[in-house]
Design a protein around this ligand. Structure first.
Ligand code: SF4
Length: 448
């Protein structure tokens, strides 16, 4: 049963229905006197397990019967008539992810410090989150009920961690037996039912690289366009993941991979008009090379997996510079501050900021922050701990510090190691702004 498949990670008993988190004023939901804390149990006689079910079972329906358990304990049955497409104005509790049943060699959970936030140890493997947010699943323990749900509710595309189409290698990487690792039948069934797939390979030197990687790309490309793209991202080792079966990714390995996959990409572009197999940005940066141009990424099909982020950032930055030039104030206020980022991105960002300083008289300083919290070869900005940023405080100058927004929890001003934003502010003695690119652009435009 699906209920088993979505057994919450943190609670032992799953309550029926889906809980309403908020009701917009003047909406159909408020007219129906629905309130936060109420649970929608069934729509037109069908069980509602989460907000995807709610969306699916109400979509296109103008006459509905809704069973509701009020937060007061009362049971209501609502007969509803609504205009086509009229929104209920409801938002719902978050989906609690289902957990995976694998023991991947490279699992990120094994690379966490013991005191990391509990959410970093959640091994989510959930087809709903795959559809909604592009989270990867392995399909190795997908249930029949979940398969049917993807197909019936059109939860497309799905993001699947394939790693290798060689069955023995896939089983080895996932730490499961070959019967469980074999997803060929499941993939075919999804594809035959019109579900698009984006695939992923976590590239582990000496295991699924070389000829195994070539076979994986060729097998997946044979299903193009039903399999839309493949992301090839490098294994990331922290100082806590000391599994002897894993070999660290080196700059030389990255260069060889670019050369090997580059030839395949060229052939695929000729054949299908798309790069299809995309290498992670980190592979280019660690090889000491610049990332490919805009045309390489097409519609950026793997941007959720971070692929093409550097190219997209560079393009957006160039557009920002043009916008600033058009708006340039003849008497600009002095913009003096520090931008902190990871060691991987700092060499990319620094020349852009230097150019900005030269053109507009800003005095921005890029500080490259080493990741000691995870250690190993972790160099991306989003995994910096607060302690790492604090350790760079002697390099702060100017009137503010900008840090990557991704270093903070999405719903709270707290970092991976428990450091709070106010701790940084206190230590740096200037305001600290957690910004993504959009926020950074807005900040600069307003100062210009
Ligand atoms: S699928 Fe593998 S990498 Fe992902 S959470 Fe499970 S064990 Fe970890």
């Amino acid at each position: 049963m699906y209920e088993f498949a979505v057994t919450p990670a943190v609670t032992s008993i799953r309550r029926r229905g889906v809980e309403i988190a908020e009701v917009s004023p003047d909406s159909l939901g408020s007219e129906l006197e629905l309130e936060s804390g109420d649970r929608i149990i069934k729509v037109n006689g069908r069980v509602v397990r989460d907000y995807l079910d709610f969306r699916f079972q109400t979509g296109g329906e103008t006459e509905l019967v809704m069973e509701v358990r009020k937060h007061t304990g009362e049971e209501w049955e609502l007969q509803i008539e609504r205009d086509e497409g009229e929104d209920f104005g409801l938002s719902f509790e978050q989906i609690v992810p289902r957990q995976c049943a694998n023991e991947c060699l490279f699992c990120f959970c094994k690379g966490n410090p013991e005191d990391a936030r509990p959410s970093l140890f959640v091994r989510d493997e959930d087809i709903r989150l795959s559809f909604l947010y592009g989270n990867y699943t392995t399909l190795s323990s997908i249930t029949e009920d979940e398969m049917q749900r993807i197909i019936e509710q059109r939860l497309t595309p799905q993001y699947v961690s394939v790693h290798a189409t060689d069955l023995a290698i896939r089983a080895y990487l996932l730490g499961v037996d070959e019967a469980r690792a074999d997803i060929s039948g499941k993939l075919s069934r999804l594809l035959d039912n019109g579900i698009d797939i984006h695939a992923q390979v976590v590239l582990c030197p000496g295991i699924n690289d070389g000829a195994i990687l070539e076979k994986t790309i060729a097998d997946l490309a044979a299903e193009y366009p039903r399999i839309t793209s493949v992301a090839i991202v490098p294994l990331g080792l922290t100082r806590y993941n000391t599994d002897k079966r894993l070999t660290a990714v080196t700059p030389e390995f990255c260069r060889e991979t670019i050369e090997q996959v580059g030839a395949i990409q060229r052939a695929l572009r000729k054949q299908h008009g798309t790069t299809f197999a995309y290498l992670g940005d980190e592979i280019y940066l660690r090889a000491g090379q610049s990332v490919p141009g805009r045309a390489h990424y097409g519609t950026y099909p793997q941007i959720e997996d971070g692929i093409g982020m550097v190219r997209s950032f560079s393009n957006q930055f160039a557009a920002l510079v043009q916008r600033m030039a058009r708006k340039q104030n003849s008497n600009p206020s002095r913009v003096r501050g520090t931008i902190m980022t990871g060691t991987l991105f700092a060499p990319v960002l620094r020349p852009m900021i230097e150019d900005l300083n030269e053109r507009f008289g800003t005095e921005l300083n890029v500080v490259s922050v080493e990741n000691k919290y995870f250690g190993g070869d972790v160099s991306v900005a989003g995994l910096l701990g607060g302690g790492d940023l604090l350790a760079a405080s002697d390099r702060v100058n100017g009137d503010f510090v900008i840090i990557p927004k991704t270093t903070l929890k999405s719903d709270e001003d707290i970092m991976l190691d428990g450091t709070r934003l106010e701790d940084l502010q206190r230590s740096f003695g200037v305001p600290v702004y957690p910004l993504d690119f959009k926020g950074f652009a807005k900040f600069l435009i307003n100062q210009n």
